[in-house]
Design a protein around this ligand. Structure first.
Ligand SMILES: [Zn+2]
Length: 272
């Protein structure tokens, strides 16, 4: 089901797969100045089509190629003559037939392949020019869209929650931190997050997240210096096991947080 409302002239399309109260199962799309940012997930395509048919959408930009953001992009390819943009590193992923495991297919549906075009440094919509900010860490093809005049940021999956407890094995906490630092160097107010929606005080919550991750890094480094293994550090900092760890067969786990921090540390200080 979808819920549509407006914030700061941006149409927010909140899509959820019906299991209410589960934040991770809510995915937002945004429509601003004729640009649709992300396309939700395949399971709710039949709910989204009436919205797509009743609004003027001139181009589609994906914050990254994950299936909960690109799930209905193929509908635009099949039914509308509009370009679909993604970071150049995501183009081959978009062209693949369902390049993600079973548990994610069950959660989000099986998205069809589609042809995407590479994003440049800026993107022009009807009346506005957007800066494309490369922000890897969550995904290698992740970007954030920035509109300078209104100070708005569309942050994809870079924020999601202030306290990260589990990540995917392909993610890197140090790289995510660098991307957040990049964003904090811009002048902005609100953010539009793909899973948390509209956040008026966006700069504050991004600073909170960076702060949390910086503290976490310090803790990990100290325990590592004391000689604890990655497993031991994980048990000490994240004693709780989340259901997603088992459901995903370990693709999601707090241990990836620890190992991404330790491997960055070992690169910087090979003697530790
Ligand atoms: Zn994602």
């Amino acid at each position: 089901m979808i819920n549509v409302y407006e914030k700061e002239d941006v149409i927010c399309i909140e899509g959820s797969n019906g299991e209410s109260g589960h934040k991770g199962r809510t995915v937002y799309e945004f429509l601003v100045d004729g640009m649709l940012i992300d396309t939700g997930f395949k399971h709710i395509e039949s709910d989204l089509i009436p919205f797509y048919e009743n609004h003027s959408i001139e181009l589609v930009t994906l914050t990254h190629s994950h299936e909960d953001h690109s799930g209905t992009a193929s509908w635009f390819q099949d039914n509308r003559n509009v370009p679909i943009y993604v970071h150049e590193k995501g183009i081959s992923i978009c062209a693949e037939q369902c390049p993600y495991p079973k548990y994610r297919q069950l959660t989000w549906g099986v998205r069809k392949p589609f042809t995407a075009l590479p994003l440049g440094e800026t993107i022009q919509t009807g009346r506005q020019e957007w800066k494309v900010i490369y922000t890897p860490g969550h995904a290698d093809d992740h970007i954030v869209l920035y509109h300078k005049e209104t100070g708005r940021l569309f942050t994809g999956d870079l924020f999601v929650a202030p306290k990260t407890k589990v990540i995917m094995e392909t993610e890197s906490i140090p790289v995510i931190m660098d991307s957040i630092r990049t964003l904090l160097s811009y002048d902005f107010g609100s953010i539009f997050c793909s899973h948390a929606g509209y956040i008026q005080d966006g700069k504050k919550v991004l600073k909170q997240k960076l702060n949390y991750l910086e503290n976490l890094c310090e803790q990990v480094k100290n325990l590592h210096k004391q000689g604890l293994s990655i497993n031991e550090i994980n048990k000490s900092i994240f004693p709780k096991k989340y259901p997603i760890v088992e459901v995903s067969g370990g693709q999601w786990d707090s241990i990836h947080i620890i190992s991404s921090i330790v491997s960055k540390e070992s690169l910087l200080n090979p003697n530790i």
